[in-house]
Design a protein around this ligand. Structure first.
Ligand SMILES: *Cc1c(COP(=O)(O)O)cnc(C)c1O
Length: 232
């Protein structure tokens, strides 16, 4: 971590302005209202100072993929900025469910019955109810989190009926190096079929395509904060 460049607040502000302009353009092209699309600034691996630079120019929604990193970075920032919203976007171990419920406003990686049960228990204990998205492994990649396409509807019903969880939407991460559009279409169709309104899809490389397919949340990291100097 010693070779991590210091965050450059001016660069982060300029990058944010550029991404927001591109989101507006993509919305215009798709005949959509930009107010329908939330920009989640993915700050994983970047220090609290980088998040502060984004907060200073009005960005309030952030994404982290590791609960422990988020728990270290965000409580202080939240005290400074009560409007801050934190999304946990990475695969979640069952034994981290309680920490996730404590720090997150949105958990985007609900993907299996044991995790649903752990989150439901944690909500009971913490008295705090983050919004929940079900992650779908649309590319059937063994190394990736997410419920299989064919099991998604059954799992959604199980979340509601057996665990009393209100799921508000779906999330996916298409396979690297593949055309993401068929994955985005699949997720949008599944959400429509299930009556779910939130669609988290699209990253630095493909958020415009995701917006054209109906994304309501895009998760953009490197195009805002720069390259990550170690893998997340
Ligand atoms: C890191 C990450 C992102 C952001 O990726 P970039 O390519 O840096 O924009 C988005 N979603 C998830 C789940 C991630 O882990």
């Amino acid at each position: 971590m010693t070779d991590l460049p210091l965050p450059d607040p001016a660069a982060i502000a300029a990058n944010l302005a550029r991404i927001k302009a591109r989101i507006a353009e993509a919305c215009a092209g798709a005949g959509r209202d930009p107010a329908e699309v939330t920009l989640v600034a993915v700050s994983k691996t970047h220090p609290a100072e980088a998040v502060r630079a984004a907060l200073a120019v009005g960005q309030a929604v952030f994404g982290e993929n590791r609960v422990q990193e988020a728990a270290g970075k965000f409580p202080g920032l939240r005290a400074e900025h009560p409007a801050l919203r934190l999304h946990i976007i990475g695969g979640l171990q069952t034994n981290k469910a309680r920490d996730a419920v404590r720090v997150a406003d949105v958990i985007e990686s609900l993907d299996r019955p044991r995790l649903a049960q752990a989150i439901a228990e944690a909500i009971g204990k913490e008295g705090r109810t983050p919004d929940l998205l079900v992650q779908v492994n649309t590319g059937a990649e063994p190394q990736k989190s997410g419920v299989a396409r064919a099991e998604a509807s059954t799992f959604l019903r199980e979340c509601r009926e057996e665990h009393g969880l209100a799921v508000s939407g779906l999330m996916c991460i298409p396979p690297e190096g593949e055309d993401p559009v068929p994955h985005f279409h699949f997720l949008a169709e599944l959400a429509a079929k299930e009556g779910l309104s939130t669609l988290s899809m699209g990253m630095s490389g493909d958020f415009e395509a995701a917006i054209a397919c109906g994304a309501t949340q895009v998760r953009v990291g490197s195009a805002i904060f720069g390259a990550r100097s170690y893998p997340a």
